[in-house]
Design a protein around this ligand. Structure first.
Ligand SMILES: C[S@@+](CC[C@H](N)C(=O)[O-])C[C@H]1O[C@@H](n2cnc3c(N)ncnc32)[C@H](O)[C@@H]1O
Length: 273
């Protein structure tokens, strides 16, 4: 496996099964908003799609369900997640996909193959995102579109009432990811990285989730305690700070008119030769 990535499912959180469920929650949290942008950027039924860093396959599942004529190739580096995705997608009765264990840095796929590419929450974990983008550019057909989605941890979950200690958690998370070669504040750089990677006609959006619109449950499922616990275990966060965050979170939820919001950054580019 590529040791350079700052996301390894068996190391980033305390429990792999719970982390897979958190990834599912995170897909569900943004999906209604996200799919609108995929179609706006050009995703259509009948296309040949590639998803890079596809993880457990939850995005692939949603796209296959929405577009009965789409075929998807998943590229995922972690053999555990490759296996999980294959089982999950076949259990859902889907068959228009293949999951290949490869790195986005060198997919081994033929050039000029795909109409549409999705890379979700992967560039932020790579030490060389520009060359990852170049590889996505290479495998797209001329006229093909690639969408890259990432966080920027300057702005993550924001609440009202405000929980000041959340900042401590996110800075601890950033410190840990930076040390492993990632860039958790990459969101703001996406258009520049796409341009360096060869793309033209670049668009840039921030997609939002809000508890008033989506309900509380989706937020709770997309967060979880696995990563914060691991940050405490690894010495990036004190257990006292984590305790204060839990109390702040509970108090915030008790407040009748509370708000919770979170953003993802989405950049799309076209391969024009
Ligand atoms: C944060 S997860 C996101 C999973 C999925 N894209 C989603 O949005 O739910 C990052 C994924 O990228 C995978 N990954 C890490 N480094 C990779 C690489 N060099 N090439 C391909 N996949 C990689 C991880 O194993 C993990 O499945």
């Amino acid at each position: 496996m590529d040791k350079q990535s700052s996301y390894q499912i068996d190391k980033i959180a305390c429990n792999t099964e719970k982390e897979i469920n958190r990834l599912k929650g995170q897909v569900n949290l943004f999906w209604d908003n996200e799919i609108k942008h995929y179609t706006e950027f050009g995703l259509r039924d009948g296309m040949t799609v590639v998803e890079l860093g596809s993880g457990p396959g939850f995005v692939t599942e949603k796209i296959l369900n929405k577009f009965p004529g789409v075929n998807i190739t998943d590229i995922e580096i972690d053999p555990v997640l490759v296996d999980y995705a294959k089982k999950h997608l076949s259990h859902k009765g889907l068959n228009r996909y293949q999951v290949i264990q490869k790195s986005i840095m060198e997919t081994g796929l033929l050039e000029n193959t795909f109409d549409f590419a999705i890379t979700r929450l992967l560039l932020e974990h790579l030490p060389d995102p520009v060359n990852a983008v170049r590889e996505v550019f290479r495998i797209l057909k001329p006229g093909g579109i690639a969408v890259f989605i990432d966080n920027d941890f300057e702005m993550h979950i924001m609440t009202c009432p405000h929980i000041p200690e959340l900042r401590e958690l996110y800075e601890a998370y950033c410190q840990s990811r930076y040390l492993e070669g990632g860039n958790p504040k990459i969101g703001r750089e996406l258009p520049t990285i796409l341009k360096k990677g060869g793309f033209s006609n670049i668009h840039f959006e921030i997609i939002n989730a809000h508890n008033e619109i989506l309900g509380e449950d989706l937020f709770l499922k997309s967060e979880g305690i696995g990563i914060p616990f691991k940050l405490v275990q690894d010495g990036f966060l004190t257990s006292k700070a984590l305790g204060k965050i839990s109390i702040g979170w509970r108090n915030m939820l008790k407040c009748e008119s509370h708000s919770i919001t979170r953003q993802l950054y989405m950049a799309a580019g076209e391969k024009i030769l």
